[in-house]
Design a protein around this ligand. Structure first.
Ligand SMILES: O=C[C@H](O)COP(=O)(O)O
Length: 253
């Protein structure tokens, strides 16, 4: 069975002390995860080492970086390489979040390079894709998302793709309180899986975890996660609130 994942994306929120407390409070609840479940905390760079040591003894609790650079090393002041992340024991990294695509002009091509550099270091990319409101209103969301996948991931081998997690996040649902309905999420997730199946075959496509992101909260997580092709969520705002995120973890299949 493919992994069911509750991924917290703290974005640029919380001080170090607040982050440490939130992590402690969540871990204190001792929600045990089965072999096919995982909880991942995508925390700001300066908190990675602390967060990784907090989860070190917790089964199936892990830490992710929120980004990495698309060059191996060199004179790129302020950037963080995949090798640096590997050297501190990070196993996951979010890439292509719509906020990075929008505010930092990240392209599908750069994300293809980031994917390669992460996989080279044994770090699993959590690859974000998703359409804007105008694309959704034009009814072209399926081809839009397919292009994102094609241009960033289709150069991979099937064995490489197995190490990629996909997060579908319709931009119109991020931080807006406007969640895609469970039907809309399932419809797009099934489409993503069929696009992957066309390129990599059914066996591989059925092993890929596809997370939903966009105003997931305690009140809607169970309904969304219950759908066949939805394998958990990438959660922003609600991941900053202990009880909300605990309920989201418990909503995993
Ligand atoms: O990475 C998380 C997504 O951007 C969703 O954020 P949100 O849960 O605050 O809507």
């Amino acid at each position: 069975m493919r992994k069911q994942i509750a991924a917290a994306n703290w974005k640029m929120n919380l001080t170090y002390q607040q982050g440490e407390k939130l992590l402690n409070d969540i871990l204190k609840a001792k929600i045990s995860l089965s072999d096919h479940q995982e909880t991942i905390f995508a925390v700001p760079f300066p908190y990675l080492i602390m967060a990784n040591s907090e989860v070190a003894n917790e089964k199936n609790y892990s830490v992710a970086a929120q980004n990495c650079y698309n060059k191996k090393s060199g004179a790129y002041t302020g950037e963080v390489s995949t090798e640096m992340l590997h050297s501190i024991g990070i196993r996951y990294c979010v890439i292509g979040h719509s906020e990075r695509r929008e505010y930092f002009s990240e392209t599908n091509e750069q994300l293809a390079t980031k994917t390669d550099l992460l996989l080279e270091q044994g770090i699993q990319p959590i690859f974000c894709c998703g359409e804007s409101l105008s694309v959704r209103e034009a009814g072209t969301q399926n081809t839009f998302v397919e292009t994102q996948l094609r241009e960033s991931l289709f150069h991979l081998s099937g064995d490489q793709l197995k190490n990629v997690i996909i997060a579908y996040e319709p931009i119109w649902a991020i931080g807006t309180g406007k969640t895609a309905t469970a039907d809309q999420a399932q419809e797009m997730h099934a489409h993503i899986r069929s696009v992957l199946a066309t390129q990599f075959g059914n066996d591989i496509a059925s092993e890929i975890s596809i997370l939903y992101g966009g105003s997931v909260k305690a009140a809607n997580a169970k309904d969304i996660f219950s759908r066949e092709d939805v394998d958990g969520g990438l959660v922003g705002g609600a991941s900053l609130v202990t009880d909300e995120f605990l309920a989201i973890i418990q909503a995993l299949k």
